[in-house]
Write a protein that binds this ligand. Structure first.
Ligand code: HSE
Length: 429
């Protein structure tokens, strides 16, 4: 046997990977050179979805990352610790790493990649973003000659599922979330998904690859979907949009010195390629020069798709280890050390959608217009079709405006006697 794997974790992704690696018929012949040497688990007594030879399963994860026989450590246990420590220990022992752990990479990437470069080993992470969708390797290799302008993705299946059902059924967020939890599409603690944090980790990783610099995760602006209402979804539809949780990384300034990296619910024109990505699916649109637009679409989670991504990284390493003579392949390794400058959200220039509840009296739209005008906010459309009880409902979509200016206009609008509330504020793609 050629290359020995030490797999950390045998949950959904770990078991899916073992299953794929054991069933080689019709797949790449290089898979025959891979040996599942050790699999680290928390308990030996749990029933398992896969069969392993005697002696492969162990609870001693530290021993796996120190074992001189292990060539590649496959970290599919998830979580921050002990995953981070085990990855670092494996690297210091000269092991290559394959990981699906977006949370650990987004937080500890600098530490992990610095250690890996010093040790002369690879850290592969195709499964960390977009599940089975190949997007990491294309950004590293096939698209690497392009000047990337923007990466815009639907990278969280749970929220895309919830928003899709809210749209097709006209249901409330909380009702769909509860049903999604019952059906197993959403976690019992849905925070990381619905508050945009999972998508934040993923766009930090994509931004780093697309723009060739490290990203401080705390600079990534994250807003989730809890405040998206069925009323806004219905208004968006009338105006020609769908609401999606987008993760965006974009060059913000013309001199390319600053990036905008953010996650927020967004009104997406119905004609945009990302508007038709529904249910649990993910898609990532990459825009660059000279390529133009390329979109990657597919299953963003699940045992089989994620195992496909993990195993492709393993195979890539096996092939590289067989052929390379000296040094790390710069298209596979991480070569950047500086941090990207990320602009504060107030500097973002975008269109906005806002919904106002106002007293139903003369001159209200004029007063709104005056406040917007005071801060240079130009309106693209103003709609007043509905009432909520005694209150008139007014929806506006702006032209491009600096977010800080728009928020100042809103602060002034809040002080108007005729304004009851501003229940919704969303960005428009
Ligand atoms: N929780 C993620 C999602 C799946 O809902 O897309 C794993 O990245």
């Amino acid at each position: 046997m050629g290359v020995k794997l030490g797999i950390l974790g045998l949950g959904t992704v770990g078991a899916g990977t073992v299953k794929l690696l054991q069933d080689r018929t019709g797949r790449h012949p290089l898979l025959q050179e891979i040996e599942i040497y050790r699999v680290g688990v928390r308990s030996l007594n749990r029933p398992r979805a896969v069969e392993l030879s005697a002696g492969v399963l162990t609870t001693d994860l530290e021993a796996i990352v120190s074992d001189p026989e292990v060539d590649i450590v496959v970290e599919v246990m998830g979580g921050l610790e002990p995953a981070r420590s085990l990855i670092l220990k494996a690297i210091s022992n000269g092991k290559h790493i394959v990981t699906a752990n977006k949370a650990a990479i987004a937080r500890f990437g600098a530490e992990i990649f610095t250690a890996a470069n010093q040790a002369g080993v690879y850290v592969m992470l195709e499964a960390a973003v977009g599940g089975g969708i190949p997007v990491i390797q294309p950004l590293k290799q096939s698209l690497s000659v392009n000047r990337i302008h923007a990466v815009t993705g639907i990278v969280n299946g749970t929220t895309n599922y919830i928003l899709t059902r809210m749209q097709t059924e006209g249901s409330n967020f909380s009702d769909v979330l509860a049903d999604a939890q019952r059906l197993g599409y959403a976690e019992a603690d849905p925070t990381a998904d619905v508050d945009g944090l999972d998508a934040g980790d993923k766009i930090a990783i994509l931004a780093s690859l697309a723009f060739g610099g490290r990203i401080h995760l705390e600079d990534v602006y994250c807003e989730g979907i809890r405040q998206v209402s069925k009323t806004d979804i219905a208004y968006a539809e009338k105006l020609g949009f769908v609401i999606k949780l987008l993760a965006v990384a974009k060059r913000q300034t013309s001199d390319n010195s600053q990036l905008s990296v953010r996650v927020h619910p967004t009104l997406v024109p119905q004609t945009h390629p990302l508007a038709s990505i529904n249910g649990v699916y993910n898609a990532i649109l990459v825009e660059g020069e000279p390529i133009g637009q390329v979109m990657f679409f597919g299953p963003g989670a699940g045992a089989g798709p994620t195992a496909s991504a993990v195993s492709s990284d393993i195979l890539n390493l096996v092939a590289t280890l067989k052929t390379s003579t000296a040094g790390l392949n710069p298209l596979l390794a991480c070569g950047h050390h500086h941090y990207c400058q990320i602009a504060p959200i107030a500097e973002l220039v975008t269109r906005f959608y806002a919904r106002f509840l106002t007293k139903d009296q003369s001159g209200v739209i004029g007063k709104l217009g005056t406040c917007f005008g005071n801060y240079g906010v130009s309106l693209e459309s103003v709609v007043q079709t509905g009432f909520q009880g005694e209150l008139a409902e007014i929806v506006v979509v702006t032209h491009d405006v600096r977010e800080g200016d728009f928020r100042q206009a809103l602060a002034e609008i809040h002080t108007l006697e005729a304004i009851d509330s501003i229940p919704s504020l969303l960005r428009v793609l």
